[in-house]
Design a binder for this molecule. Structure first.
Ligand code: GLC
Length: 548
């Protein structure tokens, strides 16, 4: 359905995050590109993807894989041209899918002409586009994010003769949002891409736009003011296009980024992610229940985005110190697996390649509140390589088949070599092989997505925990009530066994006496609900989507 007919399309959408460089190389230079991606759109459509999210595609010296932009109005030459991009957007829309792109608002590359001019002269109009200081002592309360590499948020620039402010790598100077010209420029950049047809943006590193003495320089009121300006601009000129916030913060702080439906349409729910992994190890739903209980209601047009993994380290910023140590011990026993405050591993290796747990986590991803985002390659359980630089080990080429370079490229040298180990190597783990095997992870994910799409409850319905005594069982309602008639049209009870042992649980379902639950994943009917306690035994790592 078009955005005009369904302005809240993002609530029903399944997102797929992909790194263009890693997906498919059409011109045999060893780098994935836009034409390559175009040739794989049928694959994404078949999988059940509704909206693609592309990691940064603009020209960049690639110190931070494109999150260091040197030209906001062009395509990185490795990826193709603006014409290729237009063809891609057309191809995506022709298949009824949508696309959002990353927009890096907080900082640029130090190679960007703005920064080059800014550092060259105090009289340049661009000087004030960045944040300068004669001493490195300002904004002392701001934390360092890339703490494995950076020792300060200030770097002295000998050309400028001053220090400049940066929240990420020192090659990523922060823009000065106190300067109205910077704000206007960002709005113009949004327009540039919206005119090319993108359906929205994943807005990078939102909390850090402004700096104020005596604060931690995150989530400042001024930042919210600017976000409101972006949203008003979108609503006035581009209805149906969306803004998705990357704000790695606690639920109550992220809640503020929805405003009164006048800031972001969507925001990632960062804190739930590590707790899904915790719950499995702890054999208890407690961590998941606690964080969702702590999650405030969001306004009517707003929607969470949930995910299991992405292109960064599995972040442990939104957990307590004790929980972080626990997660590191459990999921990153080798020091090299750790990076900054997180874990540089992919989904399948994190779960010891245990198909039951991988499927269970996907079953949660597709039924918990919010729109799910899949990370490319996780639908076939791709592996990683912790020994590669920075986060490169989770950004390796997509494994299409067992031919040279996993069918990703015919070049002899790739931007990163294909995973080729005994367990996750491309000869074993690839799309072609899994599509040919009805019992594969690919088919399980594909099946869950196709079932999810038949209902509105999972994307739009309210959410409510059911708390049987047995904490190893996670259970919740997803319900859809027609806004027109007020009639309840869908009611699901999702049941999950978080452990490797059979678990029994009892529920009070007497309000639904006479109904026969049917597991929509396999069509099996369960015993009809009576007027007494409803008891069941769940197989190890079982998940059921019961329709009542
Ligand atoms: C976001 C991105 C990350 C990048 C950082 C700086 O956190 O997800 O990949 O390094 O912003 O732009």
């Amino acid at each position: 359905m078009s955005a005009e007919l369904n302005p809240t399309w993002y609530k029903d959408a399944v997102f797929y995050e992909l790194y263009v460089r890693a997906f498919k190389d059409a011109n045999a230079d060893g780098h994935g590109d836009l034409r390559g991606l175009l040739s794989k759109l049928d694959y994404l459509q078949d999988l059940g993807v509704d909206c693609l999210w592309l990691l940064p595609i603009c020209p960049s010296p690639l110190v931070d894989d494109g999150y260091d932009v040197s030209d906001y109005r062009n395509i990185h030459p490795d990826y193709g041209t603006l014409d290729d991009f237009k063809a891609l957007v057309e191809g995506i829309h022709a298949r009824g899918m949508r696309v959002i792109i990353d927009v890096v608002v907080n900082h640029t590359s130090d190679q960007h002409p703005w920064f080059q001019q800014a550092r060259a002269s105090k009289d340049s109009p661009y000087r004030d586009w960045y944040v300068w200081s004669d001493t490195p002592d300002r904004y002392k309360e701001a934390r360092i994010i890339f703490k494995d590499t950076e020792t300060s948020n200030w770097t002295f620039d000998p050309v400028a003769g001053q220090y400049y402010w940066h929240r990420f790598y020192s090659q990523q100077p922060d823009l000065n949002y106190d300067n109205p010209a910077v704000q206007q420029e960002m709005l113009d950049i949004l327009d540039f891409w919206l005119e090319l047809g993108v359906d929205g943006f994943r807005v990078d590193a939102v909390p850090y736009l402004f700096e104020r003495e005596g604060t931690n320089c995150e989530n400042l009121p001024e930042t919210h003011q600017f976000v409101k300006r972006m949203r008003a601009h979108m609503d006035a000129r581009w209805p149906g296009r969306i803004l998705l916030a990357e704000a790695n913060q606690w639920p109550e702080d992220v809640r503020a980024y929805f405003g009164d439906d006048d800031e972001f349409h969507m925001a990632f729910h960062f804190p739930i992610m590590p707790r899904l992994f915790m719950a499995l190890k702890q054999r208890s739903r407690r961590a998941i229940v606690d964080i969702l209980r702590r999650t405030p209601e969001i306004p009517p047009l707003a929607q969470w985005c949930i995910f299991l993994r992405n292109h960064d380290e599995l972040t442990l910023e939104m957990v307590t110190e004790e929980e972080r140590q626990y997660m590191w011990e459990q999921y990153a026993p080798e020091p090299r697996m750790r990076l900054n405050l997180g874990i540089r591993r992919r989904l399948a290796p994190l779960l010891d390649n245990d198909q039951r747990r991988i499927r269970l986590m996907n079953a949660l991803l597709f039924t918990l509140p919010g729109s799910p985002i899949l990370y490319y390659g996780d639908e076939i359980g791709m592996g990683d390589d912790i020994w590669r630089h920075d986060r490169n080990g989770v950004r390796t080429p997509m494994q299409w088949d067992d031919s040279k370079n996993a069918g990703f490229s015919t070049a002899d040298r790739l931007y990163e070599s294909v995973i080729d180990d005994d367990v996750y190597g491309y000869r074993r783990v690839n799309v072609a092989r899994q599509r040919a095997d009805p019992n594969s992870l690919w088919h399980a994910v594909h099946h869950m997505l196709s079932v999810r799409k038949r209902y509105r409850a999972f994307g739009r319905g309210p959410f409510e925990f059911v708390l049987p005594e047995n904490e190893a069982v996670l259970a919740y309602w997803r319900v859809w009530t027609s806004p027109q008639t007020g009639a309840e049209e869908e009611r699901f009870l999702v049941l999950v066994n978080l452990t490797d042992q059979p678990q029994t649980a009892s529920f009070d379902l007497t309000d639904y006496a006479g109904r026969t639950p049917v597991d929509v994943l396999n069509g099996e009917a369960w015993p009809t609900v009576g007027h007494t306690t409803y008891s069941c035994t769940l197989a190890p790592y079982a998940y059921h989507w019961l329709q009542l």
